[in-house]
Design a protein around this ligand. Structure first.
Ligand code: GDP
Length: 303
């Protein structure tokens, strides 16, 4: 399936290296744990996440009185899933789509992360689910962003509300809401510009966009999705921190998971930022955005 296929590179690191370890160390001892720690950190799982995981594993080994590493594989998968969810219910976190009123999804992230592509894929998915979807071309800054969104709109048969390049993103999104309301759309997905160079600017721009949205629909935006490129590893994590400080991010879209061997970044993001990963990009095709499912993810790492 798609997870298994999309996570081929990560599987080679995780499953491959962990299997090697299990074969090398028959005995569950300190050396084994130390090397396991290295493998997980090298896969971008994040130091504090790995420490938590190793602690949990050690406790489980004690509890189950495990002596032989051959017993460890299932426990490692189980604990990876548990570490992901923390204290939360083990459920796929779906989008907060309202019934009978317009839902507004704001999409943020730096250029090149896969924002436009993810918006197109998500719109397609929601349309397949029977929703009337519209897009607002709020990235008026990056050259070609408006046109690129229009290409997606045509491809998937979804209207795009736009103004000229350089115009005020808040004004475009305001137009988008008006238009979506009059056309009785279910979901409006709004693109935004991804300038990170100046945090204060970013913060102000997003705050303004959010104010405009909330004025039209009191509890909107219903989602603020941050798009991150999994292949940038720890860099994605630091971007996430900046965006999370600039605005209330409700979910992560982690793109290009198919392009990295370091899929552990999913765990690091969730564990260190307490923001759920709602979707993962597993390829460039229109159907390659999947709701994130930690069980399917871990299965993709080890299957
Ligand atoms: P934006 O600047 O953030 O809007 O980025 P784009 O949406 O233009 O995406 C940048 C590049 O990444 C494009 O070539 C996309 O096809 C590619 N891309 C986006 N998501 C994925 C993904 O999940 N997997 C792969 N392999 N490529 C992706």
């Amino acid at each position: 399936d798609k997870y298994k296929e999309g996570m081929k590179k990560s599987r080679q690191t995780f499953s491959g290296k962990i299997n090697d370890l299990l074969a090398k160390y028959r005995k569950v001892d300190e050396d084994f744990f130390e090397e396991l720690e290295e493998v997980l950190i090298s896969a971008d799982t994040g130091v504090s996440t790995v420490m938590d995981l190793i602690d949990e594993l050690k406790m489980e080994v004690k509890r189950q009185k495990m002596k032989d590493t051959s017993e460890m594989k299932d426990v490692i998968s189980e604990k990876l899933v548990e570490i992901y969810y923390g204290d939360d219910d083990q459920e796929i976190e779906s989008l907060a789509i309202q019934k009978g009123e317009l839902s507004v999804i704001l999409v943020v992230g730096v250029n090149g992360a896969g924002k436009t592509t993810s918006i197109g894929k998500l719109a397609h998915q929601l349309k397949q689910d029977g929703k009337k979807v519209m897009l607002a071309a709020g990235d008026t800054f990056r050259a070609g962003a408006i046109e690129q969104l229009e290409v997606w709109g045509e491809r998937i048969g979804v209207d795009v509300v736009k103004q000229t390049a350089g115009s005020d993103p808040a004004a475009v999104i305001f137009d988008g809401i008006k238009s979506a309301k009059s056309k009785q759309a279910d979901v409006l997905i709004c693109d935004t510009a991804g300038r990170l160079q100046n945090k204060v600017n970013l913060m102000n721009e997003l705050a303004k966009v959010k104010r405009v949205i909330a004025k039209e629909i009191p509890n909107a935006p219903h989602e603020v999705l941050l798009v991150l490129d999994a292949t940038t590893g720890q860099n994605a994590l630091s971007q996430a921190k900046v965006f999370a400080e600039a605005t209330d991010v409700t979910g992560i879209v982690l793109t290009k998971l198919d392009g990295t061997a370091k899929g552990g970044i999913v765990l690091a993001i969730r564990n260190e930022l307490q923001i759920p990963v709602k979707f993962v990009g597993l390829g460039e095709g229109v159907n390659d955005l999947r709701p994130f499912d930690a069980h399917a993810f871990v299965y993709g790492l080890f299957a």
